[in-house]
Design a binder for this molecule. Sequence first.
Ligand code: SF4
Ligand code: SF4
Length: 423
Amino acid sequence: MVLSEDPHIHLKHLKPLPAADELVDKCIECGFCEPVCPSKGLTLSPRQRIVMWRDIQARRRAGENTASLEQSFQYQGLDTCAATGLCAQRCPVGINTGDLVKKLRARTAHHGKAAHWLAEHFAATLKGARFTLRTANGARKLLGAPRLARWSAALSKTSGNRLPQWTPALPQAAAPIHFIPPASDSRPRVVYLSACVTKVMGPSASDREQTDLPSKTRQLLEKAGYQVVYPEQGEQLCCGQPFASKGYPEQADAKRQQLLDALLRASRGGLDPIYCDTSPCTLRLAQGLAGTQLDLYDPVRFIRTHLLDKLDFTPQAEPIAVHVTCSTQHLGESQALIDLARLCSQQVIIPEGIHCCGFAGDKGFTTPELNQHALRSLKDAVQYCSEGISTSRTCEIGLSHHSGIDYHGLVYLVDRVTRPRAT
Ligand code: SF4
Ligand code: SF4
């Protein structure tokens, strides 16, 4: 045994943990966050992101030129982070490295005017997105899926990935929802909030389910005896998630507030429950609910809370794969989703080792290698499944592409295996 006579030995030769940002300064570099990170092994893990950012800050303070390190951090640290914050779930001191990434993205987000215009003209943005999907679907019909996939892959490569690649998993355009003022009705009311992605993105052409999610959801809610009502000016509404993840928090918060106000009116001051069909959007809204009376649900919590006593389930024999999105995990609904899936199918597969799919809203288009890396083991894991379910339409695009089976919303499965309970 070696003992020291130095009374300050416990303070010497410690690993340096230079201050970098208050969001991550408590990091002890333990690495508990690493297993859930979709970019680990492709670029950096959350711990490595923090280490690199700390190093850059320490060098800057020492007067060193950090330009090349920062250039490398742009791709390794920022571009390939899904920013969904799954790392925070494993961190003993609650650090969300995705928050640091979003903060750093905001520093270089120089298209504030364009973001502001998009926020103000959101209905036009949705129209444009539908037009793009319709054009792509027209090209598929004209050229055939294999040829379009080949041509699009070549174009995407030539453009240095600036043009997203078309794959058969891409959605067709969904029809817009038309607002109808709610009629007086004795049924219990539910406010249905369809997220922008589900308002725009219908099923892929190959999917066995060809009804779009808003129509399927309405069908399920009405089967359970609900009157479905919609917020007014729905095409203009958005929870702000796309703005937040791109580094435009001001526009993001303004969109969320506009949506919360519309939901308050539609739910008669919080009297009626609100069903949001997309988990990431539910999570973003839930983070802004403090001080409001809104009774907000994601699909899992609404089905388990309000539909189980109104529907009879007959589980199908066909095996299904379940993807628990990052937001479902943040909302604390992971086990409930799995339990629901088990009510619907006799065989439920939850692929091991896949925590975040890495699609992250649009990263599946702009940084497809992240999605590919995160889902590299998916195809083998779901080889005996005929379909997959999830609660986020964008995640489902990447999941379908990398698994070879069609992923769609939980409500398709619930609707298929249920009938109204006789009263
Ligand atoms: S937010 Fe997601 S991708 Fe980014 S560091 Fe955390 S786990 Fe990794
Ligand atoms: S788990 Fe938390 S403290 Fe540990 S390395 Fe990751 S961010 Fe740092």
